[in-house]
Design a protein around this ligand. Structure first.
Ligand SMILES: Cc1cc2nc3c(=O)[nH]c(=O)nc-3n(C[C@H](O)[C@H](O)[C@H](O)COP(=O)(O)OP(=O)(O)OC[C@H]3O[C@@H](n4cnc5c(N)ncnc54)[C@H](O)[C@@H]3O)c2cc1C
Length: 433
């Protein structure tokens, strides 16, 4: 289904923007206060947070949304993300599509001491929720569609961003091959929510710092025969962590970290061989697997930008940081970026939106908060993807401590759920419909 086709948007295409006739006939799009580049979950969430705010918003996406292109991606959403979606008034629309989970089970290979985190450790009704990309994106798109102050430009790709006085000037090329077009759009502030590659980030001189892991994640969705306990598993194997997330309708999403060559080899197996290889690593309760989806491979990476802000420009979500999928943090951090940024935009006088002073404040806030979580995911991956016996002994003592010292267990869980850091709650979001 092409959801984009149903919603308010400006349809138009790919060509070389340097082609003189097209550049000369460039269309001037109505100027906006905030231009959001990229309509992944992070960009869509920012558009939702700013809907009905009175600000003119452009949401620009290069690729029309298609459910089959989402690779079945699913995300563990932590409590902090639920609070954010509640604040912006979309949680009630998302809730029917997400799977709450009440137990997170942590285990180290086949070591018998497992740690079970429960909602009582957090004082909440669920530890977290698993949402499929398709369900979240479609819900947020329908909210954006109903917002009179948001114009959705799709398929349009932003190719350049230049600051001219008190405005940023974007150049866009349209993605409709039958109608090659170029357009300009002026904005007080450009928000790059373009995902990991973020061409605009490079243009604006913002540098990503980090490394690639020697590991990739093989992801697949499993269907099981009978209803299972709604448990999310984080199982650590010497090759890397394996996350198993419960989905609605007796399904599980497996995120299995392996060294690159093994990941490629496992992903290329046929269904039967793949399941036979995977099964020994799963919880024995998941015995009757009836179907498995296609497999996809994602290389794991650690990255944070040196600065979240430049002149009239900020980066958020995967454009600003990427981490190992262990603990399911990436999107949750991106949503925290959105929460902080939206709060700041709404609290800023119109003529000061995009002002460097405010953007640097956003940078300082997000950089240190995100680096703590990014570092923790790196620590977990290194600690557990290891067979050196002193480390094995240390981490098993750690599991024992987590099992026996309740305050420590609660502290770790609150940190992973994003609840230890201050929440930006002193902001009233205009909710609208
Ligand atoms: C295997 C795996 C498992 C994961 N599991 C979890 C999890 O359980 N929980 C969690 O919180 N996170 C998880 N993550 C991380 C999560 O996937 C990402 O953090 C999140 O999807 C990033 O969203 P985004 O909107 O920032 O970027 P993207 O989803 O990459 O969206 C960027 C959008 O921008 C568009 N775009 C790019 N450039 C331009 C341009 N120049 N002009 C116009 N449009 C443009 C792209 O087409 C795209 O639609 C996981 C990641 C992996 C790899």
């Amino acid at each position: 289904m092409c959801f984009c086709a149903q919603i308010k948007m400006v349809m138009t295409s790919a060509f070389a923007p340097s082609e003189p006739s097209l550049v000369a006939s460039a269309q001037e799009l109505p100027a906006v206060d905030v231009a959001i580049v990229g309509a992944g979950i992070v960009g869509l969430s920012l558009a939702c947070a700013l809907r009905n705010s009175g600000l003119a918003i452009a949401l620009i996406e290069a690729t029309p949304y298609r459910r089959e292109n989402t690779k079945g991606q699913a995300y563990a959403l932590h409590q902090v993300s639920r609070y954010f979606f509640e604040e912006i008034g979309v949680w009630d629309k998302l809730m029917p599509h997400v799977q709450p989970f009440e137990v997170v089970q942590l285990s180290d290979e086949r070591f018998p001491l497992m740690v079970n985190f429960s909602p009582a450790d957090l004082g909440t009704e669920a530890i977290g929720y698993v949402g499929e990309h398709a369900a979240i994106a479609e819900t947020l798109q329908s909210v954006v569609q109903s917002a009179s102050n948001v114009t959705f430009y799709c398929p349009w790709r932003v190719v350049t961003n230049e600051v001219q006085g008190d405005r940023a000037q974007l150049t866009l090329i349209s993605g409709d091959p039958t109608q090659p077009k170029v357009a300009h759009l002026a904005a007080r502030l450009v928000v790059a929510a373009e995902g990991g590659k973020s061409p605009l980030r490079q243009q604006m001189g913002i540098e990503p710092k980090g490394w690639k892991y020697p590991q990739s994640c093989v992801v697949a969705t499993l269907e099981v025969a009978h209803p299972q306990p709604v448990i999310a598993y984080e199982r650590f194997w010497p090759t890397g962590p394996m996350g198993v997330l419960p989905l609605p309708q007796n399904r599980y999403r497996v995120v299995w970290t392996l060294p690159h060559p093994e990941a490629e080899a496992v992903a290329a197996l046929d269904d039967r061989s793949f399941l036979a290889t995977l099964q020994p690593y799963l919880d024995p309760q998941m015995a009757e697997i009836t179907a498995v989806s296609d497999r996809f491979v994602f290389p794991a990476q650690f990255m944070q930008v040196n600065s979240y802000a430049a002149d009239r420009f900020v980066v958020i979500g995967d454009a600003a940081h990427r981490c190992h999928p262990v603990g399911g943090q990436g999107l949750n951090l991106g949503l925290r970026d959105v929460w902080n940024l939206a709060q700041q935009i709404l609290a800023t006088p119109l003529e000061e939106i995009g002002d460097r002073r405010h953007l640097m404040q956003f940078h300082r806030q997000r950089w240190w908060q995100n680096v703590l979580t990014l570092a923790f995911t790196d620590f977990l991956n290194r600690l557990f993807s290891n067979t050196w016996w002193p480390l094995v002994a240390v981490r098993r003592c750690g599991l024992w401590l987590l099992r026996t010292v309740s305050p420590l267990k609660r502290l770790v869980l609150r940190f992973m759920a994003g609840l230890l850091l201050p929440l930006p709650t002193d902001c009233q979001f205009p909710r609208g419909r």
